[in-house]
Design a protein around this ligand. Structure first.
Ligand code: THU
Length: 163
């Protein structure tokens, strides 16, 4: 038997002013995207903004449905839009934020497992790290430099091939 350990590292910023202007702008775009989320069931509006390598920003927000599982998270709405419109342009940064109609979200909003899997797929495909910036409506900001840290043991496309 062998014991192994996985370490991840991330940064916490206590104020948005500590981020680069580019990252602040992206977070602002994510915040604007929360306003047009379709979230009548949860009242939890999530926004995501992706900065592509060519400088274009693609945004998305959560889209809910009366048949609950048919809805989709903001991150995947944004990533699928980016990948479908700019299939060959790497995604450099994704900023994610949220607000609730019922309370103030004062902690960073962390992407769900399915969204992490999708982020990992694109990160692997583009062979370049995708940085993640997480923030609530207020409070600290978390920055993770690569999805690899958010989803250890991810399912890779390689595993579909016989070894
Ligand atoms: N949601 C997202 O859009 N992204 C996340 O990372 C977590 C959850 C959405 C899905 C649903 O519309 C609402 O938030 C409550 O789960």
């Amino acid at each position: 038997m062998e014991k192994k350990e996985i370490r991840i590292s991330y940064s916490i910023y206590h104020s948005i002013e500590e981020l680069t202007k580019e990252d602040q702008f992206l977070l602002e775009k994510a915040r604007i995207a929360t306003k047009s989320a379709y979230a009548p069931y949860s009242g939890f509006n999530v926004g995501a903004a992706i900065l592509l390598e060519n400088g274009i920003i693609v945004t998305g927000n959560n889209q809910e449905n009366a048949a609950y599982p048919s809805g989709l998270c903001a991150e995947r709405v944004a990533m699928f839009a980016a990948s479908s419109q700019y299939p060959d342009i790497p995604m450099k940064v994704i900023a994610i934020t949220a607000n609730s109609r019922k309370f103030e979200v004062n902690i960073p909003i962390s992407p769900c497992g399915s969204c992490r899997q999708v982020m990992s797929e694109y990160e692997t495909k583009q062979n370049m790290p995708l940085k993640v910036i997480l923030m609530g409506a207020k409070g600290d900001i978390q920055v993770i430099d690569t999805i690899a840290g958010l989803l250890p043991f991810m399912f890779h496309a390689d595993e579909l091939k016989q070894k």
